[in-house]
Design a protein around this ligand. Structure first.
Ligand SMILES: [Fe+2]
Length: 309
């Protein structure tokens, strides 16, 4: 049996001491988001609520495997992860419980799992970035168009093993049908400037370096690069196209959170979810991580006015 203590996995001794002693003022979070990134936000929650947040950080697949293995013995109260695909996989695996309607009040329904097993806490757009060297009249205005022969040898994208691309393709299956989505994927392969390699930032750099003219990336990577002196020059060499403006709109995904099925600190867990949906946290997602808030148009005051400072 293992237990989270200050972000590291330690022995069962720690479990027996801290779980009992801190049951009322702590919450255990399994997170696939970088702890260095989210720690300031969690510290603000702790300061306001008096609830300590103990974090175990790992990749989404590792956290899900762990939750399945731990079963009812899991110390985790919450799972914070990126991509609706990862959240749905956790719900399908039966490791999440049901959130109360209270905590989801005011959240747009399209950002809540229909079974209320998770809720989106930030939005990310998966867009096409374009080299500044290209003619805007050649811009692909839909994600479907990027697979057309006119872009042959000009497109960079990370591997299809990545869930961002799997979710993008899933959205195309939902909107265009499986046959068209398959044809799109085959067209994209024909348009590759190179065999897929690297992460989204590597695709932006490849466009800046002239390896390709078009790439598919999440927008917050551009924001992160533009905020970093060393990476800004590459990010400044691309334009962003929000595709499909004349039909369904650009593909967006979420990062989100769910309470585990066997959460022991349920009230504290729901307090942290409410905090992540509060104005102060939503502003943080936008300003620090360059994602889009889910709550921008839906002011949420329930957590307390003092958090607006
Ligand atoms: Fe990402």
């Amino acid at each position: 049996m293992t237990k989270l203590c200050a972000g590291v996995v330690v022995s069962a001794v720690c479990l027996s001491v801290s779980a009992g002693a801190l049951a009322d003022q702590s919450v255990n979070l399994y997170s696939s988001r970088s702890e260095a990134l989210i720690r300031p936000l969690l510290d603000e929650f702790s300061e306001q609520s008096g609830i300590e947040v103990k974090v175990l950080s790992a990749k989404p697949g590792s956290l899900l495997s762990r939750l399945k293995l731990e079963g009812s013995a899991t110390p985790a109260d919450l799972l914070l992860t990126t991509d609706a695909g990862n959240l749905a996989a956790a719900a399908d695996a039966g490791v999440l419980g049901t959130l109360t309607q209270d905590v989801l009040e005011d959240v747009p329904t399209e950002l809540v799992d229909p079974q209320r097993q998770w809720v989106g806490v930030s939005l990310r757009g998966r867009v096409v970035v374009v080299s500044e060297r290209t003619d805007p009249r050649d811009d692909p205005l839909t994600i479907e168009a990027l697979a057309s022969p006119r872009y042959q040898g000009k497109v960079c994208i990370r591997s299809s093993a990545n869930i961002y691309n799997q979710s993008l393709l899933a959205s195309m299956i939902a909107n265009d049908g499986a046959e068209q989505a398959q044809a799109w994927a085959e067209g994209m392969v024909k348009n590759f400037a190179r065999t897929p390699e690297g992460n989204d930032r590597a695709q932006i750099k490849a466009v800046a370096e002239g390896i390709c003219d078009y790439a598919v990336v999440n927008t917050y990577y551009l924001g992160i690069m533009l905020s970093d002196q060393a990476q800004a020059p590459a990010a400044e060499k691309v334009r962003v196209i929000f595709t499909n403006q004349d039909d369904r709109g650009n593909h967006v995904n979420v990062s989100g959170i769910g309470m585990t099925r066997y959460a022991k600190n349920r009230a504290n867990a729901e307090a942290l979810i409410e905090f992540l949906l509060s104005d102060v946290a939503q502003q943080w997602y936008a300003q620090v991580n360059h994602e889009y808030p889910v709550q921008g148009a839906y002011p949420r005051q329930r957590f307390g006015q003092e958090l607006d400072a």
